[in-house]
Design a protein around this ligand. Structure first.
Ligand SMILES: [Fe+2]
Length: 495
């Protein structure tokens, strides 16, 4: 918790209180015991139910207005602060201050005189509220505050120009709280582009803000780890949807769709998601929308170990790994928004044109191609599984006995290149597929069009973020439900 040192000043003996760590992360505590806040967040100081202060000298604050209704200092109470001025709130009044700024979030967003600064401040207000949630479990009082804020965000975002401008100024550096605000804005715009009714906006906004509530109490450092996660961390990642839903389901009066989004936003239509492995028929539209917006924001946010992808790079990478992993309608919707320029950040001048055409985005010159999986949390390697042996020495089931090698599920995005097509450059004859299973002798993958039997290909297998190329021959091609083709390739040599 923060240093709650009291400072001598005019009334500087205000009681202090426990304030969330998130306040320290975003605010400027220049004077011990007082929180520096932009004056525009507070509105008219004369109407406040708590005293505010102004900096006087290096280490002192002076009272701007006394607490309570008009009193001896009423003349001071009418004093108004300039738009760029910082005022100070005693830490003991932290929760009164939070209620004040949350109650007037809509007014702040509607104040066109503030220009783009209103979006920065609004983002801060919502992210701090979510930061409070992530420091503890999302209890009923906190969920109620988030619902109220979500209602104001959704109401303001009915103005399409406002929503698009706010989205263009969204946070770039990843943290769970900032990510949740971004997902809320992305989700609202995507829902509108899909023709969904704005009347559900407040509930949808609350669902998107609360989607990662299961990460409460989990250190952000886990999500900042590059490469494969440790087994314990992977369990936390896999369990956070169920954790969040388990908390939210006990909040009385909460819309059931909010609980579903928290529970299912990492499920995939092909059943390879978590925690339930649900198939597309079991996934509600809001969960599918949240899954797409969530992944898009994770790709287009910067992390401690890599920079952010541009909107075009993120959308293209999602498209490449989309088969079975995301709802097609959502990926198409994101792609349309990307082509429209609605997903570019304001500081991405020409971002839509930044990615070179004809090459999978995220690939570095001369380096290994970056896959969707390499940008998302990777499960730990199962050291006890060998591709040429069935664990435990059990004989394979009868239907697999004709196979020389046992197959294992392998959900990865791989690049396949034709080796003997007539094209002059491999860049023109390679494409991305989603692997379904892998054995020592071959693999099966899903592609959106068929491939000729006997064709020779090179398959890039991303393995721990480094990867290797394997030569293979196409030996089976079967069209499945939804038009996708399940294609089996036999390796020329061991993978
Ligand atoms: Fe999540």
């Amino acid at each position: 918790m923060l240093d709650r040192q009291r400072q001598a000043g005019d009334g500087g003996d205000r009681p202090t209180a426990q304030v969330p760590e998130c306040a320290a992360a975003e605010a400027d505590f220049v004077i011990g015991g007082y929180l520096a806040v932009p004056a525009v967040l507070l509105g008219e100081t004369a109407r406040l139910r708590f005293p505010v202060w102004r900096k006087q000298g290096e280490s002192r604050v002076a009272r701007v207005r006394p607490a309570g209704p008009a009193g001896p200092g009423a003349a001071e109470a009418s004093e108004s602060a300039g738009p760029s001025e910082m005022l100070y709130v005693a830490l003991g009044d932290y929760y009164l201050y939070r209620r004040q700024v949350e109650s007037r979030l809509g007014l702040l967003l509607g104040d066109a005189a503030l220009g783009d600064r209103r979006f920065e401040l609004a983002h801060l207000v919502v992210a701090q509220l979510l930061g409070e949630m992530l420091e503890s479990w999302p209890g009923p009082e906190l969920v109620e505050r988030i619902e109220r804020v979500a209602g104001q965000v959704a109401e303001c975002c009915r103005d399409d120009a406002l929503l698009r401008r706010w989205l263009s100024l969204r946070a770039e550096a990843y943290s769970t709280a900032r990510h949740s605000v971004n997902v809320c804005l992305l989700g609202l715009l995507l829902a509108r582009s899909l023709g969904w009714a704005d009347t559900d906006g407040p509930v949808l906004a609350a669902a998107l803000l609360l989607h990662d509530s299961g990460k409460a109490g989990v250190q952000d450092a886990i999500w900042e780890r590059e490469g494969r996660l440790r087994p314990g961390d992977w369990d936390l990642v896999r369990q956070h949807p169920a954790r969040g839903a388990a908390w939210l389901v006990h909040v009385s009066g909460l819309d059931g769709r909010i609980v579903k989004v928290a529970a299912r936003h990492h499920e995939q239509p092909n059943g390879h998601g978590y925690p339930g492995g649900l198939m597309s028929g079991d996934l509600d539209p809001w969960s599918r929308l949240c899954a797409a917006a969530d992944t898009f924001d994770r790709l287009s946010s910067s992390r401690s170990f890599r920079g952010a992808l541009t909107a075009r790079q993120a959308a293209t990478m999602m498209r490449a790994g989309a088969i079975g992993r995301f709802d097609r309608e959502m990926v198409d919707g994101l792609t349309r928004l990307m082509l429209d320029g609605a997903l570019d950040r304001a500081n991405e001048a020409g971002g839509a044109a930044a990615a070179p055409a004809g090459r999978p985005d995220g690939e570095s010159e001369g380096g290994d191609p970056a896959t969707l999986e390499s940008y998302l949390p990777l499960p730990p390697l199962k050291a006890d599984v060998r591709l040429d042996e069935r664990p435990g020495g059990q004989p394979p089931p009868r239907h697999q006995q004709r196979r020389r090698f046992s197959r294992h599920p392998y959900s990865m995005c791989c690049r396949v290149s034709y080796l003997r097509a007539g094209a002059t450059s491999q860049a023109h004859i390679s494409f991305w597929v989603t692997a379904v299973d892998l054995s020592r002798g071959g693999m099966q993958f899903v592609h959106d069009s068929s491939m000729p039997l006997g064709e020779l290909v090179s398959i890039f297998l991303p393995d721990g973020g480094r990867g290797r190329h394997v030569r293979a021959m196409i030996v089976r091609c079967r069209r499945g439900a939804g038009g996708a083709c399940f294609i089996a390739a036999r390796f020329d040599c061991d993978p």
